[in-house]
Design a protein around this ligand. Structure first.
Ligand code: AZC
Length: 838
């Protein structure tokens, strides 16, 4: 009899082709991957093949850290943050991983020695655009910071086959194309089919008595969908910690196919497969708006159930009892999109694991924390009870049960207050009945936070006032932050070098060290270098604009930029009113001495949001007129950069002089673009909204261009029956702007094109553009004056960067960890043993 061959595992060397960081090793590994993974040799390889070979080379270097991290967390049963988010707007991975691994320069050299260009390879990457805007990008910044601060974390979300649509422009209108980001493969993910789980949908419930005579409920679903996890490593900055982003992909479970097969219903089986896979097919392209679609609810329960089952699997594998769920995990709900988790965890504990209701509720309430990201009423998620019950019959029962106990609690604290009960109930019964997801999140969470000081204050005063009165101890503020690794080091290498030369490189991990720059403000040669760097960055962006828009812009002009989702509350059209005002002045007085400006816009409109699409058409139409009017010359240029995404953003922030943060006060929960601009030395023109307030506090009011009504003034003005018509009548410059638009001066003589926009401004002006117009124009005049004094401008710019320390996502995450999560950091030692030990 033959004995099984003994497995020979050679003790791995630390410095081998998959871990080594020397230039020679990197080159060898790169060529090896080109051959063995891409199956190409240099003469046949495309730039994309080279990108893939490099990505795999880098991924190998992450893996050693990733596995050591997972092994350590398992061994130590570390307390872990589960960050549940329907969106992760990650942006391209290669460059960021090179930075965080600390091998950017070395790889650049290796690639050059092979006769290739690193920028070209970086440009090949299709970015995973699995988010709409601020909320999704915040989740990505937070993953970076959690890894950098060595906090054990798992990001959980959906592996959408199609991310946010690609934006094209046709005749100045937005057109949408599907984002086939996975077409050429995704080298950063590793599928884990062995950890697949099943999610039930539809059907009905029935009660039964278990073997012990206990009343139990079972759910007989109409459909079962399989969730397969795909893992992406999230490396911290120059540290061994490598956490995981786990995204779920929906598939039909094999057993179901077979059943239909056996009954001869082949096409039915295929149909089932298609309808299952639909769950992770596409990201809903709305920002700050809830569409209330059934498929969206299905997506939410899908990824939430997969993630909670995965956490329970991890818990049990570590031989911990379910009663310790809330010690092992703290589950952060990124807005209400994952709020169904409150009911789903109850279901898993009570129905599937036989835990008594009261104990399950204790566990649940100690497990979740909820971040609210918006005050927009149209973003509040509510599901018709009918739809909810059809898809999630058991969850509806659980929600009713939670509500029953909860309303008793409210009654005990506030007797005889029927109105309060109606407002706080998990079920809205004012007309058609709805399940209120924000209420569910508040009831089921031990902490509730807003994302900037003003936002949290308004939540407490307004949107969540009743919950604040009931649970004041749950409320806290966590002002947003952004990662300086991606938005400074990676995007702005010129500035990074200057900063490193001047104050050392500790600022990358401790952004408040940028303060040390303050003394350099007095150094004329430093100011000169600062100016030159901004000019060089503007020059690069001008080259991009020339190539993509065919418009020549002057890098010496003031780059005045607004990039973000297109939304009426964000008021891109206020910037247009300013442009037309300047244009009118030039037409009236051709020799007027104005500060030359380049106005840049970028951002996507939700495909169904007509007014936002009309705003894009307005921008492109005004651009056509202004850019081609010889009377204007080079003094004003207007550019709409299409398909604003993370990759493009990284080119834009470093090149900005002026950052436009002009939302109506009380509407922008925080904003994060405002931070990315200011870190890169742009000055802000903005309202007292969201994090603008805190930015202004930090950089000093003298280094910030403030305008507009405060949130309180907005509220008061609206209460006193605001009439935009009066502003139009009494402000001649505003009147001229509107009259020209009405006359069709920017629409080829067609007075109808912009009529919906103008009518809405003249009759309601919901976002108070007219009320803020004069104040905005005056602030813009101060901007123009300041820019003419180069020395003064550069000083202000330096101070903006120097004082942005607070807005690192490291600060935000440290606060979450200390105040909400109670997650100690865990040091990761890099060992080879992770590959060998069991
Ligand atoms: C956004 C807010 O609009 C933005 O102000 C904030 O900076 C960002 O979240 C991150 O907190 N909200 C959303 O993108 N979407 C929703 C549903 O709130």
């Amino acid at each position: 009899m033959q004995t099984a061959p003994k497995l020979q595992i050679e003790t791995a060397r630390v410095e081998d082709d998959r871990t080594g960081l020397s230039i020679e090793t990197l080159k060898r590994a790169f060529l090896d991957n080109l051959f063995y993974i891409q199956g190409k040799f240099p003469r046949l390889a495309t730039q994309h093949d080279y990108y893939m070979a490099l990505a795999y080379t880098v991924r190998d270097r992450l893996l050693q850290r990733w596995i050591s991290t997972a092994a350590t967390y398992t061994e130590q049963s570390s307390r872990t943050v589960a960050y549940l988010s329907a969106e992760f707007l990650m942006g391209p991975q290669l460059g960021n991983n090179l930075i965080n691994l600390g091998i950017y320069d070395r790889v650049q050299q290796a690639i050059e020695e092979l006769g290739l260009n690193l920028d070209t390879l970086l440009d090949q990457e299709e970015e995973p655009g699995l988010g709409n805007g601020g909320l999704g990008r915040l989740a990505a910044c937070y993953l970076d910071s959690m890894a950098t601060l060595e906090i054990p974390s798992l990001g959980y979300g959906i592996r959408y086959e199609f991310g946010i649509f690609k934006q094209g422009l046709q005749n100045g209108w937005q057109v949408e194309f599907t984002d086939k980001w996975l077409r050429l493969g995704n080298p950063w993910e590793i599928p884990r089919p062995d950890w697949a789980v099943q999610v039930k949908l539809g059907g009905y419930t029935e009660a039964y008595l278990d073997a012990n005579g206990h009343y139990r409920v079972r759910w007989i679903p109409r459909q079962v969908v399989k969730g397969v996890p795909y893992d992406t490593p999230i490396l911290g900055y120059q540290i061994n910690t490598c956490n995981t982003l786990r995204l779920w992909s929906a598939q039909a479970p094999e057993s179901f196919d077979f059943e239909a097969f056996n009954s001869g219903d082949y096409l039915g089986a295929v149909q089932e497969k298609i309808s299952s896979e639909n769950l992770s097919k596409v990201l809903y392209p709305n920002d700050n708006v809830s569409q209330g679609k059934q498929l969206r609810l299905a997506q939410q329960i899908f990824f939430v159930s997969c993630s909670l089952q995965d956490m329970i699997r991890i818990l049990l594998r570590q031989k911990l009892p379910l009663s310790e769920f809330s010690q092992k995990f703290t589950v952060q709900l990124n807005d209400t999109h994952p709020a169904i988790a409150v009911a789903e965890l109850m279901r898993l504990l009570v129905d599937e694991h036989g835990i008594a209701w009261d104990q399950a509720w204790d566990i649940t309430r100690n497990s979740f924390a909820y971040t609210n990201h918006t005050l927009m009423p149209e973003a509040l998620e509510r599901w018709p009870v009918e739809m909810f019950g059809q898809m999630l019959p058991r969850h509806l029962e659980i929600v009713y049960e939670i509500n029953h106990h909860f309303l008793d609690e409210v009654r005990a604290k506030f007797p005889d207050d029927g109105d309060r009960i109606r407002r706080m109930s998990l079920i809205d019964e004012s007309g058609e009945r709805f399940v209120r997801m924000a209420n569910l999140a508040c009831v089921g969470s031990y902490a509730i936070n807003g994302v900037a000081a003003l936002h949290t204050e308004l939540l407490q005063k307004d949107v969540l006032h009743d919950f604040y009165q009931l649970y004041p101890e749950k409320f806290n503020n966590k002002t947003n932050g952004v990662t300086p690794r991606r938005f400074m080091v990676l995007s702005n290498p010129r500035l990074t070098h200057l900063l490193n030369d001047t104050i050392g490189d500790s600022w990358v991990q401790h952004l408040d060290h940028l303060q040390k720059l303050e003394t350099s403000v007095e150094d004329a040669s430093f100011r000169q270098r600062w100016w030159e760097i901004k000019q060089a960055n503007k020059h690069d962006l001008a080259t991009y604009i020339q190539a993509h828009n065919g418009i020549t812009v002057d890098p010496e002009s003031l780059f005045d930029i607004q990039v973000k989702r297109i939304h009426e509350y964000k008021r891109q059209h206020l910037m247009v009113l300013h442009i037309i005002t300047l244009y009118n002045r030039l037409k009236a007085n051709p020799n007027l001495d104005i500060t030359p400006r380049t106005f840049l816009f970028g951002g996507k409109a939700a495909p169904g949001y007509m007014m936002a699409k009309l705003i894009i058409k307005l921008i492109t139409s005004v651009a056509d007129v202004v850019n081609n009017d010889p009377a204007v010359g080079d003094r004003l240029k207007v550019v709409f950069l299409k398909n604003f995404n993370v990759k493009l953003a990284q080119h834009i922030y470093p090149a900005a002089d002026l950052s436009e943060q002009v939302s109506m006060a009380g509407k922008e929960a925080s904003g994060t673009g405002n931070m990315k601009f200011a870190m890169n030395g742009a000055l802000t023109i903005g309202t007292l909204d969201g994090a603008n307030i805190e930015i202004r506090e930090e950089v000093g009011p003298e280094n910030f261009f403030l305008f507009g009504l405060t949130a309180a003034e907005v509220k008061a003005l609206k209460a006193s029956s605001y009439n935009p018509w009066n502003y139009y009548q009494s402000n001649p410059e505003l009147k001229e702007v509107i009259d020209r638009l009405k006359a069709g001066d920017f629409s080829g003589g067609n007075p109808d094109l912009f009529r919906p926009l103008i009518d809405s401004l003249l009759s309601w002006d919901n976002y108070l553009l007219f009320a803020d117009y004069q104040s905005y124009i005056e602030a813009q005049e101060k901007v123009s004056q300041a820019y003419r004094d180069r020395d003064r401008w550069v000083r202000m710019s330096i101070l903006n960067t120097a004082r942005m320390g607070k807005f690192s996502s490291d600060r935000s995450i440290a606060e979450y960890a200390a105040d909400i999560w109670q997650t100690p950091s865990v040091k990761i030692e890099l060992t080879d043993n992770a590959r060998l030990s069991r």
